[in-house]
Design a protein around this ligand. Structure first.
Ligand SMILES: NC(=O)C1=CN([C@@H]2O[C@H](COP(=O)(O)OP(=O)(O)OC[C@H]3O[C@@H](n4cnc5c(N)ncnc54)[C@H](OP(=O)(O)O)[C@@H]3O)[C@@H](O)[C@H]2O)C=CC1
Ligand SMILES: O=C(O)[C@@H]1CCC=N1
Length: 271
């Protein structure tokens, strides 16, 4: 199986390194094209992949083609590739925010080809990603399974209804940036308290990692995140003082509004 990438930036780099590192395909079976030729060359050299001269060459030489360009350029890229896609019929994978399966099919001129929409996240870079997957009517169970195998190699996957993609993007595609912001804010608080930033960042990140594991592991016993908050808040103690201050500043509503803003922007990008 040859896997091609159109766009060789942040996400393509994470996926290519993950799938070659996990042995889904050897680097020699990966074909890359990017208008930024240096980006494609660096990534190809890292994993032993081949740089194609055009996106069309990627399509003609690949069984699976991952479209890893920004949503704003994807429609034009697809329109240019429609002829080659119709002839070669690879499994097309789009990781672009906002662009629906129906829009992808339309940009391909209505071609009846297998298309799988995926929303990965940046944590794929360290094999800890979380990707949503949804196939169009032309994608067989085997096509979708192939794509799931690729993204499982860089973390986990979940098959969801396409209508939930915008929401998923908020809580798993974009949310790493929210969490990074939270860790940075915790560390700034520690700096204010007199601790060096690098040490504080390491401590805060470890606390977030452990807390995420608590949520996942205790959920199996029916314990919710709110129950866990109560577990930490000693009556008259330090944590409840911090929680009250943060909620007065609008912490939870700010997060809910952030999630809604992602959902709205995702729908805007989809036109
Ligand atoms: N970053 C993230 O955390 C996530 C991103 N995504 C999605 O992944 C996609 C890629 O994002 P990301 O990797 O961050 O973006 P990057 O900008 O890092 O990578 C995109 C690459 O595509 C290149 N490019 C632009 N136009 C073309 C073209 N016509 N043909 C080939 N290559 C082209 C860009 O070059 P140049 O810079 O010169 O324009 C760039 O090198 C987006 O659609 C985004 O929605 C999904 C989930 C998470
Ligand atoms: O910010 C973005 O649009 C992309 C999609 C999800 C994460 N990054």
């Amino acid at each position: 199986m040859t896997i091609g990438f159109v766009g060789a930036g942040t996400m393509a780099g994470a996926i290519v390194r993950g799938i070659t590192g996990a042995g889904v395909v050897p680097g020699g079976d990966v074909l890359l094209y990017d208008v930024a030729t240096d980006a494609a060359r660096r990534l190809a050299d890292d994993v032993g992949a081949t740089v194609a001269r055009s996106a069309e060459e990627v399509v003609r030489g690949s069984d699976v083609v991952v479209l890893a360009v920004k949503p704003q350029v994807l429609p034009a890229v697809l329109t240019d590739l429609a002829g080659a896609v119709t002839e070669r019929r690879p499994v097309l994978v789009s990781i672009a925010a906002g662009i629906t399966l129906a829009a992808l099919e339309e940009h391909l001129g209505g071609a009846d080809v297998p298309v799988v929409r995926v929303m990965p996240n940046v944590n794929a870079m360290i094999g800890a990603g979380m990707a949503a997957v949804s196939g169009n009517a032309a994608a067989s169970a085997a096509d979708v399974a192939r794509v799931v195998e690729m993204f499982d190699a860089v973390g986990g996957t979940v098959e969801i209804a396409e209508k939930d993609f915008a929401t998923y993007t908020a809580i798993a595609g974009s949310s790493p940036a929210f969490v990074f912001t939270f860790v940075d804010a915790l560390a700034r608080g520690a700096v204010r308290g007199g601790m060096p930033k690098a040490l504080a960042t390491r401590i805060a990140a470890q606390a977030v990692l452990g807390s995420a594991r608590m949520v996942l592991e205790r959920a199996e016993a029916g314990v919710s995140p709110a129950d866990l908050v109560d577990m930490v808040c000693s009556p008259g103690g330090t944590t409840i003082a911090g929680i009250v201050e943060m909620e007065e500043a609008g912490f939870s509503p700010a997060v809910v509004r952030g999630v809604q803003a992602v959902i709205d922007r995702d729908r805007e990008l989809g036109g």
